[in-house]
Design a protein around this ligand. Structure first.
Ligand code: FAD
Length: 497
């Protein structure tokens, strides 16, 4: 690779390709030429509709106005994921983007709540979480700027194809050049092994210094050309297929994603303005495609708008997400099932990391090694969080769930669960997108409760603690009296523009 990157070639125009092109063009500006190649004949994967709050940072860096974004991508607000039948059939809990209680120095709220619970105080942990209260009430309006106790972090559900087109327009306005055509050959330098150009089937050649492989599951550059290799995680996460189908929207739009566990997999329901996105993630060793279709279509609660589409996948990651002068972003870099809606975030994080560690100077190898170290860790932390949902189950209705409960999980996760169970303590890894509030909700939601709480929670007397909790509950619920219904907020926001 040359010491200075003058041209960046993005291969692929799905969500990953256009996010990469837009962000790189925005941040690097005229510092490098950005060119994107995509094939209309191949198209995009066309799923990926639920996000997590960092999408707001991306939109804000790109200067995207929220009302325009909501209208153009048919987006709705997402405050949480509601997990149904995961711990046990018939049970449900929310993983919200908020946090229960209030921040207290040295001792988190779940310790106080556990103490109260052990003394017979019968409130749900989620009663102290405004995101949860809004999910249940179907209400929403941004609350930031008031007291931090009312912070209500949110993300979006959106139509990913529309989001891609939106980012394409933005990228082209910033000078990104788009070439349509099917890449038939990847050329490499005989001495360094770096990729030098991609050649389209009609003979056009696009050369570059740095290549971002956003070619999706094909991994055109990272796997097919560079043979980087893939680390499989199917021994921990046995689902290997998804089936997706849109259905008619409901009269009222929920501000959360639903994740409904079934006998050998789970179903998502993502409410958009113009339709519901639905899908089933399942293990092909347990369900045939016909069985999956029957299960999915039988649980839509509204009319299907298309035939179900099967999408096979392989859970794991590319052994090096940056190899030579190719950085894999999006599905070419690896796959984690969409249980916690993390793939689009991983795209954003990969591009931001690349911009921090952008190749320059004589020692690109050191930058590349650091990039790969951070990417691997970030993927593994999300993987562990997803495994937790499957592993910490009490279901007895199928071998699928029993096997997952009994399997050996990665050491880091096993230690995390044990530490939490024994003491309520959680250690935050800097590269973990999921903070303590998220882990606590999923651990407790899946039925892992603390055996003991932190001694600092013994500060107030029993009566004081009860009073503090009941006040906190009232304060948390206070904004509800003024917040509009989610649909009303969407209509007003888009109409006001
Ligand atoms: P693609 O969309 O597949 O794009 C690949 C691009 O490469 C296309 O433009 C194609 O034309 C181009 N290309 C390939 N080969 C060639 C060639 N030879 N020549 C020219 N161009 C080529 N993520 C979330 O964050 N939330 C979710 O809720 C979510 N749900 C998902 C559900 C399922 C079932 C799956 C499978 C994924 C889900 N994801 C989700 C992940 C999300 O869909 C992807 O991360 C996202 O769409 C990015 O895909 P991509 O751009 O990497 O690949």
């Amino acid at each position: 690779m040359e010491e200075r990157v003058k041209s960046v070639v993005v291969v692929g125009g799905g969500t990953a390709g256009w996010m990469a092109a837009a962000l790189i063009a925005k941040v690097i500006g005229k510092g490098a030429r950005v060119e994107l190649v995509e094939s209309d004949a191949i198209g995009i994967i066309g799923v990926g509709e639920a996000t997590i709050p960092p999408i707001q940072t991306l939109n804000s860096v790109l200067g995207i106005d929220e009302a325009t974004f909501l209208r153009e991508t048919k987006a709705t607000v997402k405050l949480a994921i509601r997990f149904e039948n995961w711990g046990q059939q018939g049970e449900s809990y929310y993983h919200t983007f908020g946090a229960a209680g209030r921040n207290m120095a040295f001792c988190s709220f779940h310790h106080f709540w556990t103490r109260a619970r052990q003394r017979g105080h019968e409130t749900s942990y989620w009663d102290y979480d405004l995101n949860y209260l809004c999910c249940e009430a179907g209400q929403f309006a941004p609350t930031t700027g008031n007291d931090p106790i009312w912070d209500m972090p949110y993300a979006y559900h959106f139509d990913s194809a529309l989001y891609g087109q939106f980012l394409r327009r933005l990228s082209e306005q910033m000078g990104v050049r788009r070439t349509e055509g099917m890449i038939g050959e990847v050329r490499r330098c005989a001495t360094t092994g770096d990729v030098t150009s991609v050649v389209l089937q009609d003979g056009r050649e696009i050369a570059g210094d740095l290549f971002i492989d956003c070619s999706g599951q094909r991994g055109l550059l990272i796997q097919q050309a560079l043979r980087t290799g893939y680390e499989d995680w199917d021994h921990w996460l046995p689902c290997d297929r998804a089936m997706a189908v849109p259905s008619e929207p409901f009269a009222t739009t929920a501000p959360y994603t639903r994740s409904i566990a079934h006998g050998a997999g789970w179903q998502w329901r993502i409410p958009l303005q113009h339709r519901n996105g639905n899908g089933l993630v399942y293990s092909s060793r347990h369900y045939s495609d016909d069985q999956a279709a029957q299960l999915l279509l039988g649980n839509l609660d509204s009319k299907a708008l298309d035939e179900p589409r099967v999408i096979p996948f392989r859970t794991g990651r590319a052994r090096q997400q940056w190899n030579r002068n190719v950085v894999a972003v999006g599905l070419s870099s690896g796959f984690l099932e969409p249980l916690e809606s993390t793939s689009i975030y991983l795209i954003q994080s990969a591009i931001v990391r690349l911009l921090h560690l952008f190749p320059h100077g004589p020692d690109v190898a050191a930058l590349r090694a650091e990039y790969n170290r951070q990417s691997a860790r970030e993927y593994e932390l999300i993987r562990d969080f997803i495994i937790l949902h499957y592993h910490a189950n009490r279901r007895d209705d199928s071998a699928f769930w029993r096997d997952l409960r009994e399997m050996a999980v990665p050491d880091r996760l096993a230690q995390k669960i044990e530490l939490f169970r024994a003491s309520g303590a959680l250690v935050q890894d800097q590269l973990d997108i999921f903070m303590e509030a998220s882990w606590v909700q999923v651990l407790m939601g899946q039925g892992i409760l603390l055996q003991d709480y932190h001694p600092l929670a013994n500060g107030p007397s029993d009566a004081e603690l009860r009073q503090q909790l009941s006040q906190l509950r009232q304060v948390k619920a206070q904004p509800l009296s003024q917040l509009p219904a989610h649909d009303a907020w969407l209509a007003a926001k888009m109409g006001a523009h």
